[in-house]
Unconditional design. Structure first.
Length: 343
């Protein structure tokens, strides 16, 4: 069998392995998986009970022998065995018999991830049967997915706000020229709000409820707006309905986003004046689920004096960028900070 023919039938697979969600794109099928990065196992039998959305719906509703795993934290594989079990089930669902043809895989990684973390991800996919494994930095993938002409010499600033990591990256001539990362991301934001509500209202809310609340209320432009939610009283441990006031969460929200401004200012001091001029002219793009925080684009634009816009469908731009890069792999290879092939 010739390599030319083999390359035509080898499946192309893109994976956005996020702390909160995993998205998988398959050539000729599109985005076929968009589910929580979660897996449930039975601690007695060590068997997988559920993955993805099915596992997420078990949160707070299962017996003690069922353990829920979040195998990716801060953009890194935290539990290699469970993440491999989760991915294997999804890959078999996506590829069917084509799984035997050993797919070419591209997976997103944080721009600031260590060599060890990157190798752990690469090793996982080789163990799952990949023919080739390529990694691509999330801000670069987000820029490609947003339609930015990354090969241009003109610099572009992308601020990718994920659940586990936030990263600002300056892209020029197809590569990340400079980047800066922080773990003050979506999950951290949720925990800050959860603690405030616990203290202010004596009520424990689930993190899922917090995520919905975070995107519903204008936390950066506090008004009298309220939202009714159901939580659990910390005194009686019984369900209770409470009305959350936007103004009560404003200080905590502002403290988090002030950190975003500081990260961006730090990055901008490290780049060449020519790139700074490009960014002042073109502005900054926000991507990732947290980019949808009401008013964040206006707040950052005011603080940095840089035009700021949220990309279309911000949660999907990384997987869209991976798709574009895979479909034009030979053209894009020089842009990737890292590449691994079998052998």
């Amino acid at each position: 069998m010739s390599w030319k023919f083999l390359s035509q039938i080898t499946p192309l697979l893109g994976v956005d392995l996020g702390t909160s969600r995993t998205r998988i794109w398959c050539q000729s099928k599109g985005v076929v998986i968009d589910q929580p990065t979660m897996i449930a196992t039975n601690t007695r039998t060590q068997k997988v009970i559920a993955i993805g959305q099915d596992a997420a719906e078990m949160e707070g509703r299962v017996q003690s022998q069922i353990k829920l795993h979040h195998p990716v934290k801060n953009g890194k594989i935290f539990d290699a065995n469970t993440v491999k079990a989760m991915l294997q089930i999804w890959l078999q669902q996506v590829l069917g018999l084509r799984y035997l043809l050993s797919p070419v895989v591209m997976v997103s990684v944080p721009a600031g991830c260590t060599q060890a973390s990157r190798q752990a991800i690469i090793r996982t996919f080789y163990q799952l049967g990949a023919r080739e494994v390529h990694t691509i930095a999330q801000p670069l993938a987000a820029a490609i997915g947003a339609g930015v002409p990354i090969a241009d010499a003109s610099g572009t600033l992308v601020f990718h706000l994920g659940a586990g990591v936030i990263e600002a990256g300056v892209i020029s001539l197809g590569s990340l020229v400079q980047h800066q990362s922080s773990q003050l991301a979506g999950d951290y934001f949720d925990e800050v709000l959860q603690k405030k509500i616990l203290s202010q209202y004596q009520t424990k809310l689930s993190l899922e409820t917090i995520k919905e609340l975070k995107h519903k209320l204008p936390l950066l432009n506090p008004t009298n707006q309220t939202s009714t939610v159901v939580g659990r009283s910390i005194n009686g441990s019984v369900p209770r309905e409470i009305e959350i006031k936007t103004i009560d969460l404003a200080n905590e929200a502002k403290q988090v986003v002030v950190g975003y401004g500081e990260l961006l200012k730090s990055l901008l001091t490290k780049i060449y004046p020519e790139l700074s001029a490009d960014i002042l002219d073109k502005g900054m793009l926000l991507s990732g689920e947290l980019a949808q925080l009401i008013g964040l684009d206006y707040w950052l634009a005011d603080q940095l004096r840089i035009p700021t816009a949220v990309v279309e469908n911000p949660g999907m731009v990384v997987i869209e960028g991976i798709k574009t890069a895979l479909e034009n792999l030979n053209d894009f290879k020089q842009s990737f900070g890292y590449q691994e092939t079998a052998g």
